[in-house]
Design a protein around this ligand. Structure first.
Ligand SMILES: NC(=O)c1ccc[n+]([C@@H]2O[C@H](COP(=O)([O-])OP(=O)(O)OC[C@H]3O[C@@H](n4cnc5c(N)ncnc54)[C@H](OP(=O)(O)O)[C@@H]3O)[C@@H](O)[C@H]2O)c1
Length: 256
């Protein structure tokens, strides 16, 4: 039995739900009768059409909020709106991530290092998550189990880095892992029933991986539905003592 089965009214928040893995989580949770309320954030309406339609068609269970994760005031405002409706969250999954946008492309070599791009990677992939941790504490801190999971990436593992390249993305995911490990230590004191973890989804067929799918064997490219099911299984199997860890999609622990 997972923590979700043990709680009467489960409230969830998916951050970065406009597309890809985040939108997949929203769909999965909507089809799961154990989940009462789902809050889902998007940054811009242009790429969130499917999510907004889902919310229009499921208005009692799904509510959308607009959040650019690089803007602390927007994070605070969205969490304030959620806390007007519910006083507890049980599951938060931060699915925000950036690998490429416009001229920002993962670096193949030191020649391509650009400080502005590096800052952008850190703002979106690392700092956003720790701002969420700062503002979510009052909603995660209660007597029932709660989980705060952030989608990281195996390429953010320092110990596992054999190939090099992708400086900004790798370093920003390593920083995400450190922010969440440090949050886990503080939450263990301030919110002992909350488990804080980072998760590697495996290569998943989304906008983010699309330009890099060429060398990925078909059996190693997961559909969004498969990734989300696997990650939810890992989340549901978390136990006391798992907080502060970095898990892969199959539940194995990844090296820092
Ligand atoms: N796909 C893979 O193979 C893979 C592998 C390893 C790890 N991951 C990680 O998995 C997570 C989900 O990625 P995905 O594959 O689902 O990619 P995706 O389809 O590109 O989705 C990324 C999400 O992040 C949102 N986002 C980007 N910048 C944001 C910002 N400043 N504020 C708020 N939201 C922002 C996007 O919103 P917009 O629609 O507004 O851009 C979108 O909802 C990421 O953390 C990624 O690093 C993915």
């Amino acid at each position: 039995m997972s923590f979700i089965d043990e709680i009467n009214q489960v409230n969830a928040l998916i951050v970065g739900a406009s597309q890809g893995i985040g939108l997949g989580f929203v769909k999965k949770l909507l089809s799961d009768e154990r989940i009462s309320k789902i809050y889902a954030t998007y940054r811009q309406a242009e790429s969130a059409g499917e999510l907004i339609t889902l919310a229009d068609n499921n208005s009692e269970r799904l509510m959308c909020l607009s959040v650019d994760i690089t803007e602390e005031a927007q994070i605070a405002e969205a969490i304030k709106k959620i806390s007007h409706q519910v006083n507890k969250l049980h599951l938060v999954v931060n699915c925000v991530g950036l690998l490429h946008e416009g001229n920002l492309q993962p670096e193949k070599s030191l020649r391509q290092i650009n400080p502005e791009n590096l800052l952008r990677y850190f703002q979106v992939n690392s700092i956003g998550a720790v701002l969420l941790a700062k503002h979510l504490l009052p909603l995660l801190k209660h007597k029932e189990r709660s989980v705060f999971a952030s989608i990281s990436a195996k390429v953010g593992s320092i110990g596992d880095n054999q190939l090099g390249g992708w400086y900004g993305y790798r370093a920003s995911k390593a920083a995400l892992n450190m922010f969440m490990r440090t949050t886990a230590i503080e939450y263990a004191r301030s919110s002992p029933k909350t488990l804080v973890v980072t998760l590697h989804p495996g290569t998943t067929d989304t906008r983010l991986s699309l330009p890099f799918q060429g060398n990925v064997p078909a059996e190693k490219l997961f559909s969004v539905e498969r990734s989300v099911s696997q990650l939810l299984d890992v989340i549901e199997q978390l136990k006391d003592g798992d907080s502060g860890q970095f898990f892969s999609w199959d539940g194995s622990r990844l090296p820092w």
